[in-house]
Unconditional design. Structure first.
Length: 188
């Protein structure tokens, strides 16, 4: 298997398993508005399309670098680590997880496991995987897609922060003061 195929397989496995795991979540009690969610979804859709445009035939001006075989396999490993970190967070969050910005019955601050390192570890893991995918591709399209995905993640994380502060009050404020948003060990 080539590194590009391995990266594609990892992302495909993540999408399929993530969608299947959506069945194991508590019912929604309250959700953010569709308009608020549309803002980040536009960035995510455009970023995903650009990031996963195949690199075949883009060697000219649009391919900025070509990683060595060892570098490409290091990117495969980073994609796997990022997806693994996101899955750790997803499993740790359990039935409180949702694909959209929501509050569940008995919603509470989760500050253990990966949530003691960052407030949004699913996004942290996926961003690591996105960055590694971009490096493996080495294209203008990959950089543009990654930039849009980063913007989309930050927009969604900030929406979640506002929503959770409204739902969980001072408990979430205290958590936010102790734990960084996306980058482990960064100042909160």
């Amino acid at each position: 298997m080539r590194p590009g195929a391995a990266i594609a397989a990892l992302w495909l496995i993540w999408v399929v398993t993530w969608m299947a795991a959506a069945l194991w979540a508590d019912p929604v009690q309250k959700r953010a508005s569709i308009g608020a969610e549309a803002r980040y979804r536009v960035f995510w859709l455009a970023g995903t399309v650009l990031l996963f445009v195949p690199a075949h035939g883009y060697e000219g001006r649009l391919r900025l670098w070509t990683p060595t075989l060892a570098e490409a396999w290091a990117c495969v490993a980073l994609v796997a680590v990022g997806i693994g970190f996101a899955w750790w967070a997803r499993i740790h969050l359990g039935r409180l997880w949702s694909a959209t910005v929501t509050a569940k019955a008995d919603h509470r601050v989760v500050d253990t496991g990966p949530y003691r390192l960052v407030r949004h570890p699913i996004y942290t893991g996926l961003l690591l995987s996105v960055l590694a995918t971009m490096v493996a591709k080495g294209t203008v399209w990959g950089i543009a897609g990654t930039a849009l995905l980063i913007i989309g993640v930050v927009v969604k994380a900030r929406l979640e922060e506002r929503f959770l502060r409204g739902e969980l009050g001072p408990a979430y404020d205290d958590y936010a003061k102790r734990v960084p948003m996306l980058v482990p060990f960064a100042p909160a």
